[in-house]
Ligand binder design. Structure first.
Ligand SMILES: Nc1nc2c(ncn2[C@@H]2O[C@H](COP(=O)(O)OP(=O)(O)OP(=O)(O)O)[C@@H](O)[C@H]2O)c(=O)[nH]1
Ligand SMILES: [Mg+2]
Length: 259
């Protein structure tokens, strides 16, 4: 996908999408962090609008990782299983609070024999999506190992975690309730946000990826604001200047809404 292509109208986020379950959410605030909203209003989001955030999707073979990505990115569903060999990726462009924001979704292989190729792509993730099958308790158990492997290549304090139960359409309400109880516990242990989806029906798929995009965006902007420290995001760096102070504020105007 062309990075310069306009953002699709149905990829525009003006508000923070809400979590699925408050018991296992990355946060339960109703709105974006006030500093983020303010930075977006004042066009002080630094490099966030130009960066591509990497999201990796891991989990047992056949839990439905590829179908999940395809449902969101292409609105398609294939009932035939075709194992992912190594990795694959899709680009998705969003506009969050008026700022362009791109996610690169890395679809990795769950099959043991392809795992070592796939794991070489884990590095540099800003979000990790661990998928399990809501109808297969072993796949939920294995999520701990998938997480451990993914975190070997990433700084645990710098990534957002999502635990996603797939194939919701295949469970009866009673079965779902039982599985959800265990999954919520696992998500809390991992400090991950819990979601349950169906790529066949599309249930929660869009809501889930919007939440991933929004929370990754929010974390990116907050990190940029933090990093800039004394320097304000949006400042211009003047090169070859006689001025002792290299950082000149593009707009001398004081911020109107930021603390
Ligand atoms: N009923 C139902 N079937 C699904 C759903 N998602 C995936 N499947 C089926 O599960 C099988 C595996 O799906 P994939 O998406 O290929 O699984 P994967 O996790 O990518 O597998 P690997 O690439 O081997 O790691 C396919 O036959 C899909 O049609 C779902 O939401 N509901
Ligand atoms: Mg696959």
């Amino acid at each position: 996908m062309n990075i310069l292509a306009p953002v699709r109208r149905d990829r525009v986020l003006a508000e923070l999408p809400q979590c699925l379950r408050k018991e296992a959410a990355l946060h339960v605030h109703k709105d974006f962090h006030p500093r983020v909203t303010c930075a977006c209003q004042e066009h002080r989001t630094g490099t966030v609008g130009f960066k591509i955030s990497k999201v990796i999707v891991v989990g047992d073979l056949s839990v439905g990782k590829t179908c999940l990505i395809n449902r969101f990115c292409k609105n398609t569903f294939d009932k035939n299983y075709k194992a992912t060999i190594g990795v694959d990726f899709e680009m998705e462009r969003f506009e969050v609070l008026g700022v362009p924001f791109s996610l690169q979704l890395w679809d990795t292989a769950g099959q043991e024999r392809f795992k070592c190729i796939a794991s070489t792509y884990y590095r540099g993730a800003q979000a990790i999506i661990i998928v399990f099958n809501l109808n297969d308790v072993a796949s939920l158990e294995h999520t701990k190992q998938w997480l451990a492997d993914a975190l070997k290549e990433n700084d645990p304090s710098g990534v957002l975690l999502f635990l996603v139960g797939s194939k919701k359409d295949l469970s009866t309400p009673a079965q779902y309730v039982l599985m959800e109880r265990d999954a919520l516990k696992m998500a809390q242990e991992m400090k991950a946000e819990y979601w349950a989806v169906s790529s066949l029906t599309g249930e929660n798929v869009r809501e889930f990826f919007f939440r991933v995009a929004a929370l990754t965006f929010e974390a990116n902007v907050l990190a940029e604001l933090e990093k800039s420290g004394a320097r304000r995001i949006g400042d211009v760096v003047r090169i070859n200047s006689d001025d002792n102070n290299l950082y000149l504020t593009a707009s001398k105007k004081k911020p109107t809404c930021c603390p």
